[in-house]
Design a protein around this ligand. Structure first.
Ligand code: PMV
Length: 301
């Protein structure tokens, strides 16, 4: 069986503002999705986690991926099964759909000897996300392909900081499409909303300096400010705020929502010896806690 795997991601800064061309800094994490391709007559997608099997056409991301690949390469659209194993929670701001798409492109490329370059894999992945979601920045698919930390949308590589993430999952999923639309509507209604978007961009530019210096305390401080600005844009929630506060009370350097918001996850950054305290506090507030690390490992074929 041919296999490929790709990581999820978190945003240190800049989600939503990146949709309007502002800078964002995102980082690959060591939660991954593995896709295997196996000859089979049933044209299905099998999810190992819940033992669910569906027809390829019923998985929008995989269906769209195969559609775009078949328009550009000579591949069959049937005669195989895709087997998906993932440690990433779905629809939670951790880039699970991008990891699925990138690992699928990688596995199909290997299986049929397509030799697609990584740049091209990332751009096909972006196309897929745009088609399925209506709107998407290249962030998730780029980070999932290359691993590491990047300033987007201009793809500038930054040093990977030495830190641990404690992720707090609100256990409620959210729709990226709806939240991106919400911000677009808010912009239409109030001219000053662009000031908030610009402020997020400024904050990200400032934050970049601290990646170069490896100053996790300053990165944390700016993350907390970024969370408040995202709340002003209306993409926070009571549960997200509770988890941010819990992480800070547990001794995190900083915390914020990651991804579209509304529900999904917060990330907090910390040193290893505060991980248990932060995790406990997140759980006591009703969240699920994951301890993860930045990774430089992108798509693995
Ligand atoms: O929730 P996610 O992981 O799909 O992240 C969405 C991030 C946005 O900036 C809100 C949209 C985008 O495409 O960049």
């Amino acid at each position: 069986m041919t296999q490929a795997s790709a990581p999820g991601k978190v945003y240190f800064f800049g989600e939503h503002a990146v949709v309007y061309g502002k800078p964002a800094i995102a980082c690959a994490i060591d939660l991954r999705t593995n896709v295997g391709v196996k000859s089979s007559r049933d044209d299905s997608v099998y999810f190992v986690s819940n033992r669910k099997k569906i027809h390829i056409q019923r998985s929008p991301y995989i269906h769209e991926t195969l559609k775009i690949l078949s328009e550009n390469y000579d591949i069959p659209l049937s005669g195989f099964r895709l087997i998906i194993k993932s440690t990433l929670p779905k629809a939670s701001g951790l880039g699970s759909s991008a990891a699925l798409v990138i690992a699928t492109i990688g596995a199909i490329s290997e299986e049929f000897g397509l030799n697609i370059s990584r740049e091209h894999i990332a751009s096909i992945g972006h196309e897929v996300e745009k088609n399925v979601q209506g709107r998407a920045s290249p962030t998730d698919t780029y980070i999932s392909t290359f691993g590491g930390v990047y300033r987007m949308p201009d793809k500038v590589r930054l040093p990977t900081p030495q830190l641990t993430f404690v992720i707090g999952d609100t256990k409620t999923s959210s729709s990226t499409k709806e939240l991106v639309e919400h911000v677009a509507n808010l912009r239409q209604r109030y001219g000053f909303v662009d000031n908030i978007i610009n402020a997020i961009g400024e904050l990200c530019r400032e934050g970049e300096r601290y990646f170069v210096k490896g100053d996790v305390e300053r990165i944390g401080e700016l993350m907390l400010m970024n969370h408040s600005l995202l709340e002003v844009l209306g993409v926070g929630s009571r549960k997200l705020r509770k988890l941010v506060d819990a992480a800070m009370e547990g001794g995190a350097y900083g915390a914020k929502l990651t991804g579209a918001g509304g529900g999904g996850c917060i990330i907090s950054i910390t040193c290893e010896d505060r991980v248990d305290e932060i995790s406990d506090r997140i759980k006591r507030c009703g969240g699920r806690a994951y301890v993860v690390h930045p990774t430089d490992e992108g798509l693995v074929l």
